[in-house]
Design a binder for this molecule. Structure first.
Ligand SMILES: C[S@@+](CC[C@H](N)C(=O)[O-])C[C@H]1O[C@@H](n2cnc3c(N)ncnc32)[C@H](O)[C@@H]1O
Ligand code: SF4
Length: 403
C-alpha cells in the first residue's frame, strides 16, 4: 500500500469493507473513487466539487445549487436540481465520503488525514452555513463565459446597465449598481472567506456582472486596483488575469488609450454579445448599438492588445432569418480580424417564455432540432474560417452555468 506522506498523484487502497478505493491527491483538489463506480471530488476545504454516481455526473456550486449532466437518447440533459434533491444528493455524498474516509484514514499522512477530516466535517450544518455565507457575499451571478466557469467572480458591479435585450432575462430582477472601492474591498474579503482553501483552484478573476467595463474609466481603474491588490500573483496557484463582459453601448465610450490602461490593469479578454451580424435581427433583439459598431469596438480593444470573446446566438430570427443571420454573422466576424487568443462562442437560443423576444416572435417559425443543429455546425465551421482558424470556436450552453 502506498503511503501519501509527501507525494501527490494517484494511489490505490484496498479495503475489506468498501473494496478498492482510488485516491487522487492534487495540490488543491482531492478525488476519491470507490471501485471506479462512484467518484467524489473535493476542494481544499472538503467541500464537494463534483461527483459521478449511478451513471450521472453532478457539479456542486458554491451557492449550494447542483447541476446534473447526463446523456439522454435525445441528447445531453442539463438540469439544476431542485433544492430538496440537491440536499438529498449532498447528504448521500457526505455519508459515502465519510464512510470511505473513516475506512482509509489510518496510515495516511497527517496532511491527507487533515484533508479527509475536512471532507467529513463538511456536513449538513457546514453546508447550510456555506449557503448563507454565499447569499451574504454575492447577489445572484447569472452567467459568465464558459472559459471562466472556474473563475473567482468578483462583483465590482451588479446587474446589467442596459437590461433591455429582448431575449435576455438574466438581470431583469435587479437594478444595475457600481460598487465603491471600499464596498468592493469588503466584498473581496467575504469572497476569500467563503472560498477558503478553495480559492487556489480558481484559475481567473471574472469581473461581474453583465457589463462591468461600462464603469467610467477612472472609477474602473480604482476598482481594478482593489482587485489587483487583493489577488497578487502567487507561485501556489489561485486566480490569474481579469476578464469581463462589455456590451457595445459601454464600449462606444472607451478609446484605444483607455483599453491600453485596462490591459496594464490586468484585463486579458473582453466578452461581447454580438448575437447576430444581421442589422434587422440585431434591432429586433433590442441590443444597444449595431453590428458595425460592434466591429469598431472589437478593433479598438484588439488594437490595445486585449483579446476578445464574441458571442453569437444560434437560432435567433427563426427560419425566416436563418440564412441572413448565418451569412451576416460570418461576414461581421471576418471584419473583426480575430486572432490567436480570441474566442467565438455560439449560444443556442433558449427564449425565456415570458420574454419580449417570445412575444415578438409569435408567428415566426423557430428552428426545429435538426435546423438548429445545422445552423450550429455552419456557424462553428464558418466562424473558424472567418477568423482564418486563429480564434477558438466553441459552444456556449447557458444551462451549464453554475457557480
Ligand atoms: C450576460 S450576456 C451578454 C454580455 C453583455 N452584456 C453583452 O450584451 O454583450 C452573455 C451572453 O449570454 C447569451 N444569452 C443571453 N440570453 C440568452 C438566451 N435566452 N439564450 C441563449 N443565450 C443567451 C447571449 O449570447 C449573451 O451575449
Ligand atoms: S444581453 Fe447583455 S446587454 Fe443585453 S440585457 Fe443581457 S446582459 Fe444586458
Amino acid at each position: 500500500m502506498k503511503h501519501l506522506d509527501t507525494d501527490y498523484g494517484p494511489s490505490v487502497v484496498r479495503t475489506s469493507e468498501l473494496g478498492t478505493i482510488y485516491l487522487n491527491v492534487q495540490p488543491h483538489s482531492l478525488t476519491i473513487s470507490q471501485e471506479l463506480q462512484a467518484t467524489f471530488a473535493f476542494d481544499g476545504e472538503g467541500r464537494p466539487l463534483s461527483c459521478f454516481l449511478d451513471g450521472r455526473n453532478y457539479r456542486f456550486g458554491l451557492s449550494g445549487a447542483v447541476l446534473l449532466k447526463t446523456t439522454h437518447p435525445d441528447g445531453k440533459l442539463r438540469r439544476i436540481l431542485d433544492p430538496a434533491e440537491a440536499e438529498a444528493l449532498a447528504a448521500t455524498v457526505h455519508a459515502r465520503a465519510t464512510r470511505i474516509a473513516n475506512a482509509i484514514m489510518h496510515g495516511r499522512s497527517p496532511a491527507l488525514r487533515a484533508w479527509l477530516e475536512r471532507v467529513v466535517a463538511w456536513d449538513r450544518t457546514r453546508r447550510a452555513e456555506a449557503c448563507q455565507a454565499f447569499a451574504a457575499t454575492y447577489s445572484p451571478i447569472s452567467i459568465v463565459p464558459p472559459d471562466h466557469y472556474q473563475a473567482v467572480v468578483i462583483q465590482a458591479t451588479e446587474g446589467c446597465s442596459w437590461n433591455q435585450c429582448s431575449f435576455c432575462s438574466f438581470y431583469r430582477d435587479r437594478a444595475f449598481r457600481i460598487k465603491s472601492p471600499a464596498a468592493l474591498q469588503e466584498h473581496i474579503v467575504q469572497v476569500k472567506a467563503l472560498l477558503g482553501r478553495g480559492l487556489a483552484l480558481r484559475r481567473s478573476i471574472f469581473l461581474g456582472d453583465a457589463n462591468a467595463l461600462i464603469v467610467p474609466q477612472a472609477r474602473l481603474r480604482e476598482l481594478l486596483a482593489v482587485v489587483n491588490a487583493a489577488f497578487p500573483p502567487t507561485a501556489t496557484g489561485g486566480p490569474r488575469g481579469i476578464y469581463a463582459f462589455l456590451d457595445i453601448f459601454g464600449g462606444e465610450i472607451k478609446q484605444v488609450a483607455d483599453y491600453v490602461e485596462l490591459k496594464q490593469d490586468g484585463i486579458q479578454r473582453i466578452y461581447l454579445g454580438l448575437e447576430t451580424g444581421d442589422e434587422e435581427v440585431f434591432r429586433m433583439l433590442n441590443k444597444p448599438g449595431s453590428p458595425a459598431e460592434c466591429v469598431e469596438v472589437v478593433q479598438r480593444i484588439k488594437a490595445a492588445g486585449i483579446n476578445v470573446g464574441v458571442i453569437l446566438l444560434a437560432g435567433v430570427g427563426g427560419v425566416g432569418f436563418a440564412e441572413r443571420h448565418l451569412s451576416s454573422s460570418l461576414t461581421t466576424l471576418q471584419a473583426m480580424n480575430l486572432s490567436q487568443g480570441d474566442l467565438v462562442y455560439i449560444s443556442p437560443l433558449i427564449p425565456p417564455a415570458t420574454s419580449d423576444y417570445a412575444r415578438q416572435m409569435q408567428g415566426v417559425q423557430p428552428l426545429d432540432t435538426a435546423a438548429m443543429q445545422a445552423q450550429l455546425a455552419a456557424l462553428r465551421s464558418g466562424a473558424l474560417t472567418a477568423s482564418n482558424a486563429q480564434a477558438r470556436v466553441a459552444l456556449y450552453h447557458i444551462e451549464e452555468w453554475l457557480y
